[in-house]
Design a protein around this ligand. Structure first.
Ligand SMILES: NC(=O)c1ccc[n+]([C@@H]2O[C@H](COP(=O)([O-])OP(=O)(O)OC[C@H]3O[C@@H](n4cnc5c(N)ncnc54)[C@H](O)[C@@H]3O)[C@@H](O)[C@H]2O)c1
Length: 253
């Protein structure tokens, strides 16, 4: 797909990676509908970008009705979408279990609420968005692309039962959707970033972050633009589908 032909819905667009994706897509001539639950940060982004091809929609993508409203907004603002970037994500890290200091007994660590929140936003929401996107693409005669932002955590990171499961599930669905949707002229790809310097890391304790960086062969955090390069490749390469591009400084080697 040629970037000037792209009409993209980007979820989690007010965050670190999302805002970089929006900026770079616009610079390359694309139209963008930026979606985020954080309306104040979306408005800030809009003011900064100052483009008639940039549209915003405040929505909680874990809710089915909100997802429908996003696609209706895309119809109105840019005559529909042909690219979906499933980027929104949250962390709620916790060990599965812990030992109570006074009794020495085992107890629950991660709560069901922490599990549910991460599965809902990082896995169920991409499913809802992909389903809505694909159903609207069918019969349009256009090519479409879905890009899922997974994570190197899909291989299993400590304290991330919820996040690792969601990101592994998203990588698996990248394969499922690529197989199911190819006949409808929709390609599906994923990116698994390693540790990238954005606000999502604010909740990660510094010692854990340092431990992670120490495991990266390239010895540093990734940059947002390095993940954008992966998105650009997936959009532009018409023979790419069903695969995960790992942009992780080698952390999973
Ligand atoms: N930064 C990293 O190190 C890293 C590594 C691997 C994968 N990722 C993934 O990349 C994606 C983007 O991460 P980021 O680092 O830019 O994070 P970020 O925290 O900067 O941005 C995430 C955005 O998602 C939005 N969001 C959260 N819940 C939402 C909801 N219910 N509806 C709509 N929007 C919602 C937030 O408001 C935020 O703006 C996430 O899926 C994350 O899991 C990030």
């Amino acid at each position: 797909m040629l970037l000037p032909n792209v009409r993209a819905i980007v979820t989690g667009a007010a965050g670190g990676l999302g805002s970089t994706f929006c900026r770079r897509l616009l610079e390359n001539g694309a139209s963008v509908l930026a979606v985020d639950v954080n309306s104040a940060r979306l408005e800030q982004l809009k003011e900064g970008l100052k483009s008639s091809k940039f549209h915003v929609q405040t929505a909680d993508i874990s809710k089915e009705d909100s997802v429908r409203s996003i696609f209706e907004a895309a119809e109105k603002s840019m005559a529909g979408s042909n690219v979906l970037v499933n980027n929104a994500g949250i962390l709620r890290d916790k060990a599965l279990v812990k030992r109570d200091k006074s009794s020495g007994k085992g107890m629950h660590g991660m709560s069901k609420e922490e599990w549910d929140a991460v599965i809902s936003i990082n896995l169920t929401a991409p499913f809802l968005c992909a389903r809505e996107f694909a159903s609207r693409m069918i019969g349009s005669g256009q090519e479409g692309v879905i890009v899922n932002i997974s994570s190197s955590a899909r291989n299993g990171y400590v304290f991330q039962s919820n996040y690792s499961a969601a990101k592994a599930g998203l990588a698996a669905d990248t394969v499922v959707w690529a197989k199911e949707l190819a006949k409808h002229n929709i390609r599906v790809g994923a990116i698994a970033p390693g540790v990238v310097h954005t606000q999502i890391l604010d909740s990660v304790p510094k010692n854990l972050l340092d431990e992670l960086i120490a495991k990266v062969p390239l010895g540093r955090l990734g940059q947002e633009d390095e993940v954008w390069q992966g998105l650009k490749f997936i959009l532009e390469c018409n023979y790419f589908t069903g695969r995960v591009v790992e942009i992780d400084g080698g952390i999973t080697l």
